[in-house]
Design a protein around this ligand. Structure first.
Ligand SMILES: [Zn+2]
Length: 214
């Protein structure tokens, strides 16, 4: 079962990807993890990626696709995998499909966790982070015991720059521009599945399990 997760930043696709990985016993793969593992192990691909990252540059698509394809050929992916945060653009998706096709492989499902922008802005705006230990809370879904203060060390909780509505809106703009076209792309390949991401996270997962089967 080879799955790609789609959805706006803050839609909860990472959480769902983890749950899928647990239930179906397949690896949850994010590009960040792949980069870190390759750099740590000093692989050729890792060394190449590091030269870009050290200069603060984006790792080129071809190299990212090479890293992902290398990862999905490892033995723990024999029964499938969940890709989280990749592909992000049409050229990446096309390059991934082409590389997998050469191996006689393909993606089975692209699951889009759908959440309207307004919900995402509200969700992110409710996040709070501890200035001391970095623990995160949410004013509605996961409030601290004492409002404004961390349960762990009692330090002040703040709204991070990344979670402010202006910043979230900018990230959503990038998403709509670059990543949302993937929905159309996978729809045309007839592997797109959409789930309502506005409901409780357990209910989102139930909907996904109905799609994937037991
Ligand atoms: Zn704290």
């Amino acid at each position: 079962m080879k799955i790609i997760m789609l959805g706006a930043p803050g839609a909860g696709k990472g959480t769902q990807a983890k749950k899928i990985a647990d239930k179906y016993q397949i690896p949850h793969i994010s590009t960040g993890d792949i980069f870190r593992a390759n750099i740590k192990n000093g692989t050729e691909l890792g060394k190449k990626a590091k030269t870009y990252m050290d200069q603060g540059l984006l790792v080129p698509d071809e190299l990212v696709v090479d890293l992902v394809v290398d990862r999905v050929q490892q033995s723990d992916c024999a029964n499938g995998y969940v890709l989280d945060g990749f592909p992000r653009t049409i050229p990446q998706a096309e390059a991934l499909d082409a590389a997998l096709a050469k191996l006689g492989d393909k993606v089975d499902y692209a699951i889009n966790v759908e959440v309207p922008d307004e919900n995402i802005i509200n969700r992110m705006g409710g996040r709070r982070a501890c200035v001391g230990c970095g623990a995160t809370y949410h004013v509605a879904y996961n409030p601290p015991k004492e409002e404004g203060f961390c349960d762990i060390d009692g330090e002040k909780l703040i709204l991070r720059e990344d979670d402010k509505p202006e910043t979230v809106k900018k990230r959503l703009d990038v998403y709509h521009d670059q990543t949302q076209p993937l929905i159309e792309y996978y729809s045309s390949k007839q592997i797109l599945k959409e789930v309502d991401g506005t409901v409780d996270m357990e209910d989102v997962f139930t909907a996904i399990v109905q799609i994937l089967g037991v």
